[in-house]
Design a protein around this ligand. Structure first.
Ligand code: GLA
Length: 397
């Protein structure tokens, strides 16, 4: 029996029906592009959340979060945002699943009756929270995948990713895009996934890590600003779109916008607030950059790929303004190092990790050098994760 099933037994005094593992994610390139209908290039990693689940009959959800040493109970009849955020990550997806079934035309009332009887769930993980590795998306995907199996709901992976995103929007209050949930649930071993966030088409690319390591340097900075500034960036992009729409009504998102249009309608000679111009300029460049970066990957041009990662960082730091001094320091520290072919801040920003592609032979030397300069600069110990790329959400024994 898995460790998570043992925890379940300890809490609930019976064996769970099933257990699920769902990973965190990295993103090689394409940052903040998901909610602008652009492209992202994420992958699932070897850090994960596990849940074990069993049915109840009294209409309640009993939850036990092992790492937090917390428990909670809610009635399944009355699901609404809770004062504890960890509870929201669980009940938010349950609400979405029930709502989706109930509002589908020929819904299966036996499924609804079954799920409305409630369940016990136990949860534990090893994804560092606040590091930008999407621990919350991993929880949401794990819970949704578990109830999908338990009640045979037959949701597709993409439906589950979209429901998990909606749960994060409505219950956790972050207007995030689809990338994190998509990557957690669709991950495949040793592959990165190009997701077109407009059409939702996706394509797997093998990532050959024979000569390179994907390394995260964790600033250990967790800015409280992150979610409010995230929502502001989203609005600024929408405001840019609204201005362009006045001339080009067919434009729906920044995916439809050219750099020329950014300059003409939002540039310095217009009355557009400079922040809106900067955000949109970064975004249009980044959406194009991901498409070019994938071409590099296809022909194994890793140096060219890495160069684009540095360009993304520059844009995120100077134009999109979601970096912080510590992230900038870590990118600057490796910029001229011939053994580091690419580096940039990863995820929403304002803290968390940089992602680096480092020549394997020089991994220890680079890491030691960066750790020493980071300690000198910030008085903080540099936390380093060397990632392998793993399978997405799946059942475990
Ligand atoms: C967070 C969000 C994602 C995405 C990234 C930035 O991880 O949850 O949807 O927008 O930030 O790329």
């Amino acid at each position: 029996m898995s460790a998570i099933s043992n925890h379940f037994f300890t809490h609930f005094n019976y064996n769970p029906s099933l257990a699920v593992q769902s990973p965190g994610r990295i993103n090689l390139i394409g940052e903040h592009t998901d909610y602008n209908n652009g492209f992202v290039l994420p992958a699932a990693i070897d850090k994960y959340v596990q849940v074990a689940i069993g049915k109840r009959t009294d209409g309640n959800i009993h939850m036990a979060a092992i790492d937090l040493n917390k428990i909670a109970t809610v009635s399944i009849q009355n699901l609404k945002p809770h004062s504890s955020q960890w509870v929201n990550y669980i009940i938010g997806v349950v609400y979405q699943a029930i709502h989706t079934i109930a509002s589908s035309k020929n819904h299966n009332s036996t499924q609804l009756e079954a799920i409305n009887k409630g369940f016990d769930i136990c949860i534990k993980g090893n994804i560092p929270s606040g590091a930008g590795l999407s621990s919350s998306a991993a929880v949401e995907c794990a819970v949704l995948f578990a109830i999908n199996e338990l009640y045979e709901l037959q949701f597709t992976k993409m439906e589950m990713a979209l429901m998990a995103q909606k749960a994060e929007n409505d219950f956790a209050g972050v207007q995030c895009g689809l990338m994190d949930m998509f990557a957690s649930i669709h991950g495949q071993k040793n592959k990165v996934i190009l997701l077109d966030c407009a059409s939702l088409d996706f394509h797997y690319y093998p990532l050959d890590l024979t000569d390179y390591s994907i390394v995260l340097f964790d600033t250990q900075i967790k800015h409280a600003l992150a979610s409010s500034e995230y929502n502001t960036r989203r609005q600024e992009c929408e405001q840019g779109v609204q201005r362009i729409q006045q001339m080009h009504p067919l434009v729906k998102t920044l995916r439809d916008v050219t750099m020329e249009q950014v300059e003409t309608y939002l540039g310095p000679s217009t009355d557009t607030p400079p922040n809106i111009y900067k955000r949109c300029k970064y975004m249009v460049a980044e959406i194009l950059r991901v498409q070019a970066a994938v071409k590099d990957l296809e022909v194994g041009a890793m140096q060219a790929f890495g160069k684009k990662m540095f360009e993304t960082h520059e844009g995120l730091s100077k134009m999109y303004e979601v970096s912080c001094p510590e992230l900038d320091f870590l990118v600057e520290a490796v910029k001229d190092n011939e053994n580091v072919i690419g580096a940039r801040m990863m995820g929403a920003g304002f803290g968390g990790c940089t992602i680096n592609i480092i020549k394997k032979a020089a991994l220890d030397a680079v890491t030691q050098k960066v750790a020493a300069s980071y300690a000198k600069q910030t008085n903080k110990e540099l936390v380093v994760y060397v990632n392998s790329i793993e399978e997405g959400t799946h059942l475990i024994k």
